[in-house]
Design a protein around this ligand. Structure first.
Ligand code: SAM
Length: 250
């Protein structure tokens, strides 16, 4: 039997300790423990050349803060690319990158090896983004103090797409962003919580009715909260039919 695919993620950071606890917990921890994912953390300072291990400098043209110098990042990338194994996809985490979408996470989950570069301070010299990275990713329209939390967000989204890590192979199929929709509402015991009940249909035992009800809920929730996600041409014929029957204003 062929051995299962192992994804390698190399993280370049100034704060290696940031990752120690999350890597031992939850889905990240499980992926690492199962051997499905190999995460290697590299300290950017180890690639500095001077005895002070300098990685930053003042911005040309003036302005506040410090900028990460290109040489240590570039030296680290050259060294990492020279390690044995599949050739890596180099991703720079930056608020100026393409907003991360589930569809892109799915594509990247097929990679065998990824290098994540975490910036700090005012960010990294622009020449790294321009000439030494394959793509730039943002986890949202806000500015973090460093790329480390963004790397963890990205890793979590990525690793849970590996079926063996997820635990239940079906649990990802109907989640938010599948088919461009938010997920339907979920309920569990107790049936009555502080006077608030649960939609009766969920106790009907009629799986088909429940499935259609969930579709309808997913569509109406998406229209209310994230109309930007709905691209009518991408909707399945069934979803389009349900959408047409939804009241215009709920
Ligand atoms: N001066 C930069 C700008 O205005 O675009 C922001 C630098 S930020 C303070 C420092 C680092 O945090 C960035 O280099 C990047 O690695 C990371 N970072 C901040 N916000 C991020 C986001 N929304 N997505 C991904 N990485 C982010």
């Amino acid at each position: 039997m062929a051995s299962p695919r192992v994804m390698t993620v190399d993280i370049l950071t100034l704060f290696p300790g940031y990752f120690s606890s999350p890597m031992g917990e939850g889905i990240l921890g499980r992926g690492v423990e199962d051997g499905r994912v190999r995460i290697r953390i590299f300290n950017l300072r180890d690639f500095a050349e001077d005895r002070h291990r300098t990685v930053d400098d003042r911005p040309f043209g003036g302005g506040a803060g410090m900028v990460l110098k290109p040489e240590p990042v570039c030296r680290a990338l050259t060294w990492l690319k020279g390690l044995p194994g599949p050739s890596p996809r180099v991703i720079l985490l930056t608020p100026q990158g393409a907003p991360l979408k589930q569809s892109r996470v799915k594509e990247l989950a097929l990679c065998h090896r990824i290098i994540l570069i975490c910036g700090r301070y005012e960010g990294i010299d622009e020449r790294i983004a321009d000439f030494f990275c394959d793509e730039q990713i943002s986890i949202g329209d806000y500015v973090l103090s460093g790329g480390e939390p963004a790397a963890l967000v990205f890793l979590d989204a990525l690793i849970r797409l590996i079926p063996e890590v997820m635990g239940c192979a079906d649990s990802g199929k109907e989640e938010s962003f599948e088919e461009g929709l938010l997920e339907y509402p979920q309920y569990t015991r107790p049936r009555n919580f502080k006077g608030h009940g649960v939609p009766e249909i969920l106790f009907s035992g009629d799986h088909e009715k429940i499935r259609v009800w969930r579709r309808r809920q997913a569509l109406s929730k998406t229209i209310k909260r994230r109309p930007d996600l709905i691209e009518e041409e991408r909707l399945s014929p069934e979803n389009r039919k349900i959408l047409m029957k939804l009241p215009k204003k709920d």
